[in-house]
Design a protein around this ligand. Structure first.
Ligand code: PGA
Length: 251
């Protein structure tokens, strides 16, 4: 059975005080679920939230990291720094990192190696832009992103790899991919993983969908065979909608 995950990516939201409040409410309302539930607060709140999550079912993730362990990289955060705080998951290659901050496939590949080496569980984001979809390039783009990120890594290295399909046109737009569109790309990702690293590896991979996931659309999305959960942005910023998503996800 594949691991199911619902993860909240808070992006650049929440002061430490606000993060404490949100996590407090999530912990209070967290339903029984076979989904692993993860929150990814901004760096500044990780230390405090890590303390609050101790002994709970809620897991901690971070949104980005640098690929070097240390050095003259003003403003950056390294994998060991995150690991020390009790961070378990790391989002890599989010489209906002790729498209606003210019992260290349090569940088993401280096980050993935470092995450794996440090024992952080990578959530590798892939996804096409609207113009790429319209030109029929979706699979090509995703294949390139996957192949380049995973190159040179073995099945053992990637034991904890999670992939998130996040069509760029669906992120923060309120326009989610339809369940059929999501399933189609998820199945493609799984077949590529199978080609690259074998069928057993591919079958056991958790593949999340991200892009305008809300309580009202999560059920239909997670009902699809190859959709193993969600990476949630905007709707993870309030306990009510995040808990609503966890409750309504297909069991
Ligand atoms: P959204 O963001 O849910 O606000 O569309 C998803 C993401 O960027 O991970």
């Amino acid at each position: 059975m594949r691991k199911k995950i619902i993860a909240g990516n808070w992006k650049m939201h929440k002061t430490v005080r606000e993060a404490e409040e949100l996590v407090g409410s999530i912990l209070k309302g967290l339903p029984e679920t076979h989904y692993e539930v993860v929150v990814c607060p901004p760096f500044t709140a990780l230390y405090r939230i890590s303390q609050l999550l101790e002994g709970s079912r809620l897991k901690l993730g971070a949104q980005n990291m640098h690929y070097e362990i240390q050095g003259a990289f003003t403003g950056e955060i390294s994998a060991p720094m995150l690991k020390e705080l009790g961070v378990e998951y790391i989002i890599l290659g989010h489209s906002e990192r790729r498209h606003i901050f210019g992260e290349s496939d090569e940088m993401i590949s280096k980050k993935l190696r470092r995450a794996v080496e440090t024992g952080l569980k990578p959530v590798l984001c892939v996804g096409e832009k609207l113009e790429e979809r319209e030109r029929g390039l979706t699979e090509k783009v995703i294949e390139r992103q996957l192949v380049s990120a995973l190159e040179g890594l073995s099945r053992e290295d990637l034991d904890d790899l999670v992939v998130a399909y996040e069509p760029v046109w669906a992120i923060g737009t309120g326009k989610n991919a339809t369940p059929e569109q999501a399933q189609e790309v998820h199945a493609f990702i799984r077949s590529k993983l199978s080609e690259l690293l074998g069928e057993e590896f591919a079958d056991s991979r958790t593949i999340l969908y991200g892009g305008s996931v809300k309580p009202h659309n999560i059920y239909e999305l997670t009902k699809e065979e190859d959709v193993d959960g969600a990476l949630v942005g905007g709707a993870s910023l309030s306990a009510e909608s995040f808990l609503g998503i966890i409750e309504k996800a297909h069991k």
